[in-house]
Design a protein around this ligand. Sequence first.
Ligand code: C2E
Ligand code: MG
Ligand code: MG
Ligand code: MG
Length: 284
Amino acid sequence: RAKAEARGTARFFDAEMDEQLLRRHRMEAELRGAAQAGELHLHYQPLASTHAGEIVGFEALLRWRSPTFGDVPPAAFIPLAEESGAIVDIGEWVLREACREAASWVRPLKIAVNLSPLQFACGDLVDTVERVLAETGLEAHRLDLEITEGVLIKDADRALDVLTRLKGLGASIAMDDFGTGYSSLSYFRTFPFDKVKIDQSFIRDMATSPQAMAIVRAVIGLGKTLDMAVLAEGVETLGQMDMLQHEGCALMQGYAISRPAPIAAFDALLRAPTADPLDRRVAA
Ligand code: C2E
Ligand code: MG
Ligand code: MG
Ligand code: MG
């Protein structure tokens, strides 16, 4: 009897696993045509100075509205797109869309775009970036390319070559989510980073964990010594803002400034030639 029940349970799990697998396959397949089908769009999140709360740029964050699966968060679909290889085309779509958008702004703010390790592995990333800059007319110095350690681990020699050539085009390179995974200080010895983004987990714990605080301070110090801009991710409270300003962290990003939103939400700021209400709201 117990055996029969156990077998029943096993069959139940099998069926559930099949269903999960099937869903995954369907998602992967739909994702491949998502850009073409107009299901992808970008949200933008401000990057601000801790000093005056002034907005200095935006990070483009990918969103997928699937007719089958609804709104799927990046954490759920980017790994799938990386597995299937679809991230290479999707990443190019993101880059073009973000550069085109930024080129239309009256104020020459920075635009940050996330790059996946697979885009580095595939031969023509530098050509792609060069072509997109030419096509959209965006000045290269306004483009920030964000990478995670995954890029550096896979093939360090190649990563160094590609990063150097991307910088040669005039773009800047940011180390994203620093402090998570197996982040190593030697990355800063080897690779030409212009900016380091402290992962949001450290900002969240800063007030309660002396360890987290010490790490935030250390990265800020490292940035000063190595001439890298330092940005704190996931800033959610005014207390965190004050702390970061006090510690000399120049840049921040997070819900305390603004959640990611369609670009229209920032229209007043971007189309107006001078400072405007949003600036004051952020500074207040
Ligand atoms: P990321 O590049 O580190 O982006 C920051 C993430 O933190 C975003 O999540 C943003 O919505 C979230 N965030 C910002 N401020 C706060 C805050 O104050 N509190 C909290 N709890 N979260 C905050 P999102 O948009 O869900 O994206 C997740 C990740 O997906 C990104 O992390 C990035 O690694 C990846 N991603 C997003 N768009 C792209 C893309 O176009 N290409 C690639 N390759 N990856 C992307
Ligand atoms: Mg990022
Ligand atoms: Mg990040
Ligand atoms: Mg992240």
